[in-house]
Design a binder for this molecule. Structure first.
Ligand SMILES: Cc1cc2nc3c(=O)[nH]c(=O)nc-3n(C[C@H](O)[C@H](O)[C@H](O)COP(=O)(O)OP(=O)(O)OC[C@H]3O[C@@H](n4cnc5c(N)ncnc54)[C@H](O)[C@@H]3O)c2cc1C
Length: 666
């Protein structure tokens, strides 16, 4: 039986939103229902110096974030999002706004999109922002969710879960801290010493915290945590609000991680060379260029996406597991990140589409435990899939021409679809600040001989210098191993797909409008300039690092399609004999734990280099994506850039740590 759904937000007759669990209102008590924005501005934005105090304008003049390259705001209780919307609005209005705004917030009980819109409804200027937020408000399962606005210049990281553990999973050095939440009497955990200690671990020295809560115990705890606390004028009728500066008299221990390299904040952009113009290289290039790096991408091929990323089309979909293991959580965040990037850069319906994906397994295949289908209303299932209602899955299976029987295992992924990876690579490489150089075969990486030169050099097999840079990212798929050293346990996994033209006429109708994935996969109705395409595959051959075509694989792909989708297979079957069905193959790179390798990597240095290496940014890797590059590379590019810059991560710290390339450094 489905558990009774409890509405989180209840709208009272006076227009005030209240929380059903805490029995408290979302605005400070004593304020009118439409005073939310005033409270956000007065208590939080003014408290942290992010809007100019009109009364003292002559004296203060500038906002605290004026001209900063980035600004990081932490909020302990996201609620209905008014503080976020008010901060975003203030950022838009401020001519001296920081280049990038990171807003990280915790929320144990996310409201519905409808509640966000209703809460912002009295404030005409906030409505368009609330609409953008509401449009991204989906699939908010426990864990971290990254939402990008303003072309990536405003980043919201929503941590869904209890404050203390979620704060422990955050990274960053926050400049402004909004201490918000239901009243201490009703929600004591939010204001206890453990939570405030977790907050202080994330505060930048000199950063300001603000709150409407001026309770004596809370002030004392903040002082214990290293804040210098003062009471300031509150928003009438409240007499006081709280302002606190993080300035401990001791050197704080257990800080959230420092940036991997000391990055000057305001100097001229520095140079980065990326080897490999596939999805991994282009994703890193895009994320770093956004942070002001001058990027050169080198590839030995004549065109971008010449390796595995040249796949005609691939599926972007989360992996599911009964225990919601790290790969599942990462692919959930990754699918969101890839589809958001695709929405920003590609043509919908032509280069990508969020069609939903049907995952279907034959009885006896043990990828999904049987209970996932037969007990589809269980919490376990709800916790690990976006839209897993059995009826939707059954409806989609019916549409795909493979009605389910009781022993079939299937799942419908709503937030999933297909992408043309080469189009995504090309559009990311076209971003400002990125230069792409063809026919550059990198053979060796070395440290520059002189400390005056940029730290790293890339050489070809004749010893000629191809490029010099302050930072190098190796994103050369399986060939990263040759450049990074053999201690990186990358394995080659050759794969082949088959593709052909849509059969046309009534036959088209039996090819599903969304990808079907299972033991083999089919993506169809892929528009081309003339006509449309279907793609099926793929094969897996361990240990073969050559992108060669095999007849046996072609036949195998034909057989597997017949098993996965018999009707669709029959509609295109003649194409295997008349030569219309073509094959494409490439090499994937995999690692033993099936997770990619991202971030700093120690290479063996020749004598004389070792000393110099202490002063240079470590070599960076981004590889090992196996069969999930479309789903994971965009996310990993962001993780790599966030680590380098000491920014809030788009996923939980513990999850990102599992990807560290250094786990393979002996
Ligand atoms: C058949 C098949 C089907 C797939 N289906 C899917 C799918 O449906 N969904 C999904 O998520 N993923 C899928 N994948 C996986 C996905 O394609 C890969 O994970 C992803 O493309 C890897 O990207 P990459 O940038 O790491 O590597 P690549 O795209 O291989 O890029 C590496 C680049 O490095 C360059 N390079 C290598 N060595 C050097 C050097 N020494 N100097 C200069 N340049 C160099 C290469 O020319 C290449 O351009 C599939 C893969 C295959 C093979």
């Amino acid at each position: 039986m489905e558990p009774e759904k409890q509405e989180t937000v209840v709208w009272r007759e006076d227009g005030m939103p209240a929380n059903s669990r805490f029995g408290d209102v979302y605005r400070s008590r004593g304020l009118q229902g439409d005073a939310g924005w005033s409270q956000a501005r007065h208590v939080f934005l003014k408290g942290c110096g992010l809007v100019v105090d009109e009364s003292t304008r002559e004296h203060t003049g500038a906002t605290a974030w004026a001209h900063a390259p980035r600004w990081q705001v932490l909020e302990t209780g996201f609620g209905l999002g008014l503080n976020f919307l008010a901060t975003w609005h203030a950022w838009r209005e401020d001519a001296a706004r920081p280049q990038r705004l990171f807003y990280s917030a915790v929320e144990a009980w996310p409201p519905e999109a409808f509640d966000i819109l209703r809460s912002a409804a009295p404030f005409a200027d906030l409505i368009p922002l609330a609409q953008q937020l509401a449009a991204r408000w989906q699939g908010l399962l426990p864990g971290f969710h990254r939402m990008e606005f303003e072309g990536g210049r405003v980043q919201l990281t929503l941590a869904v879960g209890q404050a203390q553990p979620m704060l422990g999973e955050m990274t960053g050095q926050f400049d402004s801290i909004f201490l918000d939440g239901f009243r201490p009497r009703l929600n004591p955990q939010m204001w206890d010493l453990h939570t405030l200690k977790a907050v202080s671990r994330l505060a930048r020295r000199g950063g300001l915290a603000a709150s409407w809560c001026v309770k004596g115990e809370v002030r004392e705890r903040l002082i214990t945590c290293g804040f210098v606390v003062e009471r300031v004028a509150g928003l009438p009728p409240k007499r006081h609000a709280l302002r606190a500066r993080f300035d401990p008299s001791w050197q704080p221990k257990g800080r959230a991680e420092a940036p991997a390299l000391p990055l000057p904040e305001k100097t001229t952009p520095r140079r980065c060379v990326i080897i490999g113009a596939g999805l991994a290289g282009a994703s890193c290039a895009y994320s770093l260029a956004h942070r002001g790096w001058q990027i050169t991408v080198l590839d030995r091929a004549a065109e971008p996406a010449a390796g595995a990323s040249g796949l005609p089309a691939g599926i972007v979909s989360p992996h599911v597991s009964p225990d919601d293991r790290p790969l599942s959580r990462l692919t959930r965040a990754g699918a969101q990140a890839t589809l958001a990037r695709a929405r920003a850069l590609l043509t919908d319906g032509v280069e990508f589409a969020v069609t939903g994906v049907l995952e279907r397994h034959a009885p006896g295949e043990r990828r999904l435990p049987a209970k996932w289908y037969s007990e589809s209303e269980t919490d376990a299932m709800k916790a690990t899939t976006y839209s897993a209602e059995a009826s939707k899955t059954a409806e989609k299976a019916q549409q795909a021409g493979v009605p389910l029987n009781e022993t079939d295992l299937a799942l419908w992924h709503e937030q999933a679809g297909w992408v043309r990876p080469a189009a995504l690579v090309r559009s990311m490489l076209a971003a400002p600040g990125i230069e792409w150089n063809a026919n550059q075969n990198a053979h060796r990486i070395e440290l520059a001989p002189s400390p005056d030169a940029p730290a790293w050099r890339v050489l070809d097999d004749s010893g000629a210098v191809l490029a010099e840079a302050d930072l190098i990212v190796l994103a050369a798929g399986f060939d990263t191993r040759a450049l990074a050293g053999i201690t990186l346990p990358l394995n080659a996994l050759r794969g082949q797909v088959a593709f052909g033209p849509m059969p046309g006429g009534p036959h088209d109708a039996v090819l599903p409008l969304f990808p079907v994935n299972g033991h083999g996969s089919l993506i169809s109705h892929l528009p081309l300039q003339n006509g449309a395409l279907w793609v099926t595959g793929s094969t897996f051959e361990r240990g073969n690092a050559r992108a060669e075509l095999h007849d046996a694989d072609h036949a195998h792909n034909r057989e597997r399609l017949a098993e996965l989708l018999p009707l669709a297979s029959a509609a295109v079957d003649s194409q295997w004999t008349d030569g219309q069905a073509k094959a494409w193959a490439a090499v994937r790179a995999t690692l033993p734990d099936r997770l990619p390798a991202v971030g700093s990597w120690d290479i063996t240095l020749v004598s004389g280099e070792a000393e110099a290496a202490t002063h240079v940014p470590p070599l960076q890797l981004c590889t090992g994506f196996g069969a999930r590059g479309l789903t994971l590379t965009v996310l990993c590019g962001e993780i790599l850039a966030s680590w380098l810059h000491g920014e809030p991560l788009p996923v939980e710290r513990s999850l990102a740590d599992r990807l560290r390339a250094g786990r393979f450094n002996a």
